[in-house]
Write a protein that binds this ligand. Structure first.
Ligand code: FAD
Length: 307
């Protein structure tokens, strides 16, 4: 059996694996797709000390760093069930295989909810973006739209309004759902237009980059087109934790509830990165959390194995 079994091979899982392996304990990583969300992006300019890199390059570097150590990587394998057994835990994979471990680190990440309209996939990373902290500076001086009038959408619009030329906030409902204080701040900004009852129906582009979007004015039923260079989709970040319902405590949004050590409600099970309640979903934060969860798992193991 493994001493530490990590589920997820993004920045959080990779950091956890390096930290565990450096303690000389038997470490395994099960990942559906080693690299995680990092594989889905190009320019990364905020992983501190790395001035500029690209998603696939950073994903390769994460894997190479883990492979420097004796870590068993089980890639292209999805975990479907976690159970407590004598002496630790049993993890079941979609293939039917079962693995045993004295401690587990969950780092299954999250995924941004997409609009599901024509053009969105075509122009991912070519004008369609999800993370204002990551990609905001790429749109300096340009006109953009933010889709979604909840807290994250309104926060993104306020943040981006300080960088870009103009922001159109598009909300499907008749009113914004963000906190009042955020709405007041948003309405005080001169370069922001708010459209409510507006349903985005298409992302337009010239084959290379986004050039605009089409929305339906739900009051009149009319279709309208907006010319712009960027679209930030802010309609939710969904943690990959469905399979953990009933095993560890989850927040109402489905995030694994962790304490300052990354401990979950189940003793011996830790969690790190975007799948947890830790705020601000970023590579540097996920990696730091992964290191922390791994050190906490090690602390747990030395106590659990004391005579
Ligand atoms: P993830 O990267 O999501 O990794 C999760 C891992 O778990 C993957 O290996 C996945 O395959 C695996 N997994 C999931 N479910 C299972 C399962 N049941 N069984 C086994 N394995 C499973 N952040 C920045 O800091 N800077 C940026 O510039 C930046 N740009 C971004 C651009 C895009 C387009 C996106 C989508 C995100 C961006 N982010 C950026 C956010 C950043 O990628 C995430 O915060 C970070 O990857 C989270 O790391 P993680 O390890 O927690 O999860």
């Amino acid at each position: 059996p493994f001493e530490v079994l990590i589920v997820g091979g993004g920045p959080a899982g990779a950091a956890a694996a390096v930290y565990a392996a450096r303690k000389g304990i038997r470490t395994g990583v099960v990942a559906e797709r080693f690299g995680g969300q990092v594989l889905d992006t190009m320019a990364i300019e905020n992983f501190i000390s790395v001035r500029h890199t690209e998603g696939p390059k950073l994903a390769g570097a994460l894997e190479a760093h883990v492979r420097d150590y004796e870590v068993e990587i089980m890639n292209a394998q999805a975990a479907t069930r976690l159970e407590t057994v004598a002496g630790g835990f049993q993890l079941t994979l979609a293939s039917g295989a079962q693995l045993e471990a004295a401690s587990v680190i969950l780092s299954t990440g999250a995924r941004w909810r997409k609009m599901g309209v024509p053009g969105e996939e075509t122009y991912l990373n070519k004008g369609v973006a999800f993370c204002p902290h990551c990609d905001g500076p790429l749109f300096k001086g340009k006109a953009i739209a933010v889709i979604g009038g909840g807290n994250s959408g309104v926060e993104a619009a306020i943040d981006l309004a300080g960088l870009v030329a103009h922001v159109t906030l598009i909300e499907y409902d008749q009113q914004l759902r963000a906190d009042d204080v955020l709405q007041r701040k948003l309405r005080s900004l001169k370069n922001v237009t708010i459209l409510t009852s507006a349903k985005t129906t298409e992302v337009k582009g010239d084959g290379r980059r986004v050039t605009g979007l089409v929305y339906e004015d739900r009051a009149s039923g009319e279709s309208r087109e907006l010319g712009l260079e960027g679209i930030f989709v802010q309609i939710g970040l969904v943690p990959n934790t469905d399979w953990l319902k009933g095993t560890v405590d989850l927040s109402p949004r489905g995030e694994i509830i962790v304490d300052a050590h990354g401990a979950t409600s189940l003793r011996g099970v830790f969690a790190a990165g975007d799948c947890t309640t830790t705020p601000y979903k970023q590579i540097v934060i996920a990696a730091g959390d992964g290191a922390k969860a791994s050190l906490a798992a090690f602390d747990h193991l030395i106590r659990a194995s004391a005579p």
